[in-house]
Design a protein around this ligand. Structure first.
Ligand code: SF4
Ligand code: SF4
Length: 358
C-alpha cells in the first residue's frame, strides 16, 4: 500500500490549469451510503431516506464497498478515511460484518466510523454482541445520531442504550454522540401540537443549520425565514466541488461531492473497472454543464436554464442550498434521465411521502 496517496497532477484538470488557479483537491474521505433504507423519516434528512426508500439498485454490495474503500486508500494514502452510513447501515448487520471482515483480510485500514440512529438497540445483549463483533473487525468509533428530528422516530431509550454499551465496548473515545447537548437534555416533540413542534424545530435549526436538501427542503425550509433568490447571487459553489476532499458514494455507484447530494460527479462501476480513483483522475468539472454553472455562479446560475423550461421562481428560499435543490428537482423532473442529477430517491420520487413512525 502506497502511504502517501496520489499527486494533484494525476488529475486531468489540474494538469491543464495555471499555478494561480484553484486546483481540484484529492478526495481523502468517503462516506459509503450502504442503502437508502432507514426506519426513520427525519425532517432533517438530506437524502429522503425512509422505510420504503431502499431498492435493489441502490443497495451497496460488499465487493463494491471494498473497492471504494481500497480506492480512497489509494487516493489518500494513510490519510484516506472511510465511514459507513446510509440510510441506516445497521439495517443489514451481516453486510456490515462482511465489509469489515473483507477490509481486515485486505488490510485496508482507515475506518473512521460507522453511523447509526440506534433504532436497532432494543436488547442490550444484541447491542453488546454486535458492537463486540464489529470491534473485533476493526471498528473504533460509533457515531450515534440524536436530535429533535431523529427522536420523532427513534425512542430516546434506544439511543441511551447504544451510547452506554458502545462506551463500554469501544471506550469513551469510541462513541461520538451527535449531538451531545441534545443527548443530555432531549426534547421530544411526540405529543406536541404542530405549533410547538415547529418551535422546537426552529430552535434546533437556529443552533445548527441543516443542509436543506431532500426531505429537509420539504419539511424544514418553509418553517424558516425566506429570502429572495437574488440574495444568493454572489455566492458560487467552487469550494464545494474543487475544494471538497470528501465524497459520498451510494450503492448504485453514484458519487456526490461532500454533501451536495443529488448532483452526480460521476458513477463508479468496479465490475467495469471504473473505480473512485479513476473517476478522480479523469474528472474535469468544465465538462459537466450543471456542475460548472454551480462552480462559476452558484445555484442562481441554474435559474435561467430552469426558467426556459417553465420554472417560476418562488417568493423566497431559506438558503442557497434550498434554492439549488428546488431548481435541481425541477430540472430533474423535466429532463430525466440526466447525466448530472439523480438518483430518483434523492429527489423523493420513488416512494410515498407520508410520515410513518418507526
Ligand atoms: S437523517 Fe434520519 S431518515 Fe435520514 S438517514 Fe439519518 S436517521 Fe435515517
Ligand atoms: S448550493 Fe448546491 S452545489 Fe452549492 S453547496 Fe449547496 S447543494 Fe452544493
Amino acid at each position: 500500500m502506497d502511504n502517501s496517496g496520489i499527486e494533484l497532477e494525476a488529475n486531468v484538470y489540474n494538469r491543464q490549469v495555471g499555478r494561480d488557479q484553484k486546483k481540484f483537491k484529492v478526495w481523502t474521505s468517503a462516506g459509503l451510503m450502504l442503502s437508502y433504507f432507514c426506519p426513520a423519516r427525519c425532517a432533517c434528512c438530506y437524502v429522503f431516506s425512509g422505510p420504503n426508500a431502499g431498492e435493489a439498485a441502490t443497495e451497496m454490495s460488499t465487493e463494491d464497498a471494498l473497492d471504494h474503500w481500497a480506492a480512497i486508500r489509494r487516493l489518500g494514502g494513510d490519510r484516506g478515511k472511510i465511514h459507513l452510513t446510509g440510510g441506516e447501515p445497521f439495517g443489514d448487520f451481516e453486510r456490515l460484518e462482511r465489509i469489515l471482515q473483507g477490509a481486515c483480510e485486505k488490510h485496508l485500514g482507515g475506518l473512521e466510523k460507522i453511523e447509526t440512529n440506534a433504532y436497532w438497540c432494543t436488547d442490550e445483549k444484541v447491542v453488546r454482541k454486535r458492537l463486540g463483533r464489529l470491534k473485533e473487525l476493526g471498528l473504533e468509533r460509533l457515531q450515534v445520531s440524536t436530535d429533535v428530528y431523529h427522536q420523532e422516530y427513534v425512542p430516546v431509550e434506544r439511543v441511551k442504550l447504544a451510547v452506554r454499551v458502545a462506551q463500554e465496548v469501544l471506550g469513551a473515545d469510541g462513541v461520538q454522540v451527535r449531538w451531545r447537548d441534545f443527548y443530555d437534555n432531549p426534547v421530544l416533540v411526540d405529543g406536541m401540537d404542530d405549533l410547538e413542534r415547529t418551535e422546537q424545530f426552529l430552535a434546533a435549526y437556529k443552533k445548527r443549520r441543516e443542509r436543506l436538501l431532500g426531505r429537509a427542503a420539504d419539511e424544514l425550509a418553509n418553517l424558516l425565514p425566506l429570502r429572495n433568490y437574488e440574495d444568493f447571487a454572489e455566492s458560487n459553489c467552487v469550494k464545494s466541488f474543487l475544494g471538497a476532499r470528501h465524497v459520498h458514494v451510494d450503492g448504485a455507484g453514484n458519487v456526490f461531492s461532500g454533501t451536495c447530494i443529488g448532483i452526480l460527479i460521476g458513477q463508479v462501476k468496479p465490475h467495469e473497472k471504473v473505480s473512485l480513483d479513476e473517476l478522480w483522475r479523469s474528472f474535469d468539472y468544465r465538462e459537466h454543464p450543471i456542475i460548472s454553472t454551480l462552480v462559476d455562479k452558484g445555484p442562481v446560475g441554474l435559474l435561467p436554464i430552469a426558467e426556459d423550461l417553465g420554472y417560476v421562481a418562488k417568493h423566497g428560499y431559506a438558503s442557497k442550498c434550498h434554492l439549488c435543490y428546488d431548481l435541481r428537482r425541477f430540472l430533474y423532473e423535466k429532463a430525466e434521465p440526466d447525466q448530472e442529477l439523480g438518483p430518483r430517491v434523492c429527489y423523493g420520487l420513488n416512494f410515498e411521502k407520508h410520515r410513518v413512525k418507526a
